[in-house]
Design a binder for this molecule. Sequence first.
Ligand SMILES: [Fe+2]
Ligand SMILES: [Fe+2]
Length: 335
Amino acid sequence: MSDSPKSQNGIEIFQDHEMSEVSKDFFFDGMVLPVPVYLKMGPQSYLVIGKKNDKAQFSGLHAYNNPNVVIFVQQVDQPILIAYVTQITGKIVNQKSVPDVTKVKFLTSLTSDAVSSLEKSNFTSIAKIQKVAQLVQQLSPRLNAFDQLVGILSDLHPAESKHSMTTCFISILLSDEMHMNQPAVQEKLILGSLLHDVGMKYVPKSIMEKARHNWSAEELHIYEQHPLKGADMLREIKEIPQDVLLIIAEHHENANSTGFPKKMRDVKVSPLARIVSLANYFANLIFGSVAASKTYSPDEAIQYIEAIQGQPFNKQTFLALKNIINKQHLASKSS
Ligand SMILES: [Fe+2]
Ligand SMILES: [Fe+2]
């Protein structure tokens, strides 16, 4: 975190591109601020409303309550704020009688993290990414299984909850591109993609810490059962629809029967699982995964899937992914 060059009466001068707008949902009275927080007063002019390590006391602040007023932090501080809010709200969410506002706050921190990861990847336009974030934030609290969803997500390792959210964003972008954007469809996609890896809970850490080529046949078998274990685990929750259980059970199946655990053919795989299967794989390639820390650009990821993997995914879904990337190339060229 850098100090601002000039400061007068609490007003600091920053280049506007060095500042990031953040959701008011991130803050609650009494929280210790991990970074300084500002209100924008005019071009390059920011009023400090909370310093680092201050206890936040914003709710009584007239300007804070004005819906048109937005809160800013320095761009370099944004990931620190997001990680902090995810961590503290994640801990709170699993306690009894947690108000919905805290659950929403937790979800907002996860979506903001996905927004910044996807923006950096230059996978698609910022406007589209923001639209997906809004959709996820609006639809999720309306889900019948919202409480269970937030409880499960907050129990995951931060890297896993982050992976779940980026997989969710890519799934929604693919469904938009394929005109499968009816709210009922997207609600199922959100729930299924956010929960797709819950079965990883049953895969011992000792397996995941080893390189894949060192797994024994038995270890491979245990890993490959995680989609079914996940679906079994959630089957008892009546608020979770059947289509969502199919997404979870089939998120590693491929179109050419080379997936797992059932090696299904494309026609047998549920339509929403085809989307999450590709979104999950692509998210791992561009953002890295526990198994592979190497990351690819969106173009390299497409090449990898085609040349190395022989494009095992559903054709229409893969075409939609390529279309999203090509549109972004065209938009970047014309701007
Ligand atoms: Fe998985
Ligand atoms: Fe995954």
